[in-house]
Ligand binder design. Structure first.
Ligand code: ME8
Length: 522
């Protein structure tokens, strides 16, 4: 049943200079799990993702490939970024591209409003710019280059030289918002999460903010500044606005009122843009700041942040082709604490797949269905007299539902899975102790057998409902096999223990079959 809450969640919009890797997919899956959970809880949920298509980085890649930037973006969106969503089973409600008319038009509207309100002025910019980051750099952001860049200063993130910019640009009076931002962080400690990201950003803003250069004149792949078409809007200023242009800002005010503000899920690399520049822009426009900015950690491969430019990139389908999309989703949500860095390895993925999904959950589901078919002809029996063991499992179902929901509320996806897994383990333990295969041999034990089977069917159904946001494909199959009523995604997750079935089960093929070869494994 809906409690009427609205939940608007976003991923970053990704650069289309290259194809997605598992880092991008990680952000998508985490946001998708949160969106699916809230949707299934009956909350008024909207999940937005999309692509960031302007700026020098895209322009240079397109030029190097001999096509226009728009052609390049169209190609990458159609062949890589939209297909990614199907590969990992993302349930987004909208997909925004910064080249959409709904976006471009309303970025101009927003900028014009800031200009009219006196927040924009003309100034001269001189400093360093990293095209990889699409960001102006301070000298303290640079490090000594190595190898082919020995002797020059390079961007600490991309390990590539920065470019000296000298341009006449438009500036946003961001420095005016230093105190208001600090007040926001203090009065709403949840605004930036996790704590480590929050501390870093608060310390950064305490040092004082500079005004922000928000236009570029030396190239034209961008949205034109409305009062001066010799300038295009700085790509980050343009990109951040996607969260409101997609929600109806400037085009459907009633809808915008309903949806905004959003929870932004981003990597910690870009948390500062979202928790400093973005709320300052919104404050200047007289709009509400985001509900929350959560900066998750890095996926590390071989101890380093995985990235295409450092050739450690792994494509999501390298994993899903072998293990399936559910395993991809489960693995990254359970193996890594959301908010901390986590190492990816094929060995770890493979071991967890086998132990947790195949042997733990998958085997439990198969055994339960198979026993109901074998011992009671597929008809789910009614429970008779309950002993402490059954009462304990029923109570655990309720505890786990409450714990998991509370964990999702604080975006602790891993904790939610840890709670849910108590039920997997307890059900497996219960079957071992009750030995239904022995009960089935003795007609006098029939009532007890029925109670045991009713209890495990109930527990497995509750698990299916609770795990549906994380492993939607497997739980849909299990739900059908259990004779669950309706679409599993519509079963109220906060009352998962109250699920309804038609009273018959059907055969179920293994949910997580044995994986013999591990493609891409070292
Ligand atoms: O920054 N581990 O886009 P982007 C975890 N267009 N997550 C990773 C990752 C890794 N190793 N590598 C990338 C941009 N990510 C801008 C955003 S939003 C208004 C504009 C994920 O294509 C993570 O979410 O460089 C990170 O923040 C994002 O990809 C960067 O994507």
């Amino acid at each position: 049943m809906s409690d009427g809450s609205s939940f608007y969640i976003t991923t970053p919009i990704f650069y289309v200079n290259d194809v997605p890797h598992i880092g991008h997919a990680y952000t998508e899956v985490a946001s998708d799990v949160l969106a699916r959970w809230h949707r299934q809880a009956g909350d008024d949920t909207w999940f937005l993702t999309g692509t960031d298509e302007h700026g020098q980085k895209i322009l240079r890649t397109a030029t190097a490939n001999g096509v226009s930037p728009k052609e390049w973006a169209d190609r990458l969106v159609a062949t890589a970024w939209q297909p990614l969503l199907a590969t990992i089973d993302i349930s987004n409600d909208d997909f925004i591209r910064t080249t959409d008319e709904r976006h471009e038009k309303n970025v101009q509207l927003f900028l014009q409003r800031l200009f009219d309100a006196g927040y924009i002025y003309t100034g001269d910019y001189e400093g360093f710019y990293c095209v990889g980051c699409e960001e102006y750099k301070q000298p303290t952001d640079l490090v000594d280059g190595t190898g082919q860049y020995e002797g020059v200063q390079v961007c600490a993130i991309h390990s590539k030289p920065v470019e000296l910019l000298q341009e006449r640009n438009y500036f946003f009076r961001m420095s005016d918002f230093t105190d208001r931002l600090l007040d926001l962080y203090e009065s709403n400690p949840e605004f930036i999460q996790p704590e480590s990201v929050r501390n870093e950003i608060v310390a950064f803003v305490r040092r004082g903010l500079n005004d922000l250069s928000i236009s570029r004149q030396s190239f034209d792949w961008g949205i034109k500044v409305p009062w001066d078409d010799t300038h295009v809007v700085y790509v980050w200023f343009d990109a951040l606005l996607n969260y409101i242009t997609a929600a109806g800002y400037g085009s459907d005010d009633a809808r915008f009122e309903e949806l905004w503000p959003a929870t932004h899920i981003v990597g910690k690399d870009i948390a500062r843009f979202h928790a400093v520049i973005w709320p300052a822009m919104l404050m200047a426009a007289g709009l509400a700041v985001p509900k929350q900015v959560f900066g998750h950690g890095w996926l590390l491969v071989g101890g380093e942040k995985m990235s295409k430019s450092k050739l450690t990139g792994i494509a999501p389908n390298q994993i899903t082709d072998t293990f399936g999309s559910d395993a991809f989703r489960y693995y990254f949500m359970s193996a890594i604490t959301f908010g901390q860095d986590g190492s990816f390895s094929w060995e770890d993925l493979s071991a967890r797949y086998q132990a947790e999904l195949a042997n733990g959950f998958g085997n439990l589901a198969s055994r339960v269905i198979a026993m109901v078919i074998k011992y009671v002809d597929g008809r789910v029996p009614d429970a008779g007299t309950l002993t402490d063991a059954e009462e304990g499992l029923r109570a655990l179902e309720r505890t786990v539902v409450a714990e998991a929901d509370a964990a999702i509320e604080r975006l602790a996806i891993q904790d939610a899975l840890t709670s849910i897994w108590q039920l997997v383990d307890q059900l497996n333990g219960y079957i071992t102790v009750q030995e239904p295969w022995k009960l089935s041999k003795n007609p006098e034990d029939r009532a007890r057998l029925e109670t045991v089977l009713a209890t495990v069917v109930h527990g497995v159904g509750t698990l299916a409902v609770l795990l549906s946001p994380v492993i939607p494909e497997a739980t849909t199959k299990l739900w059908q096999a259990l004779g669950g009523v309706g679409d599993i995604a519509d079963v109220p997750i906060r009352q998962a223990y109250d699920w309804q079935g038609v009273g018959r089960v059907e055969a179920l093929a293994p949910l997580f079959p044995r994986v013999e070869t591990i493609e891409g494994a070292a």
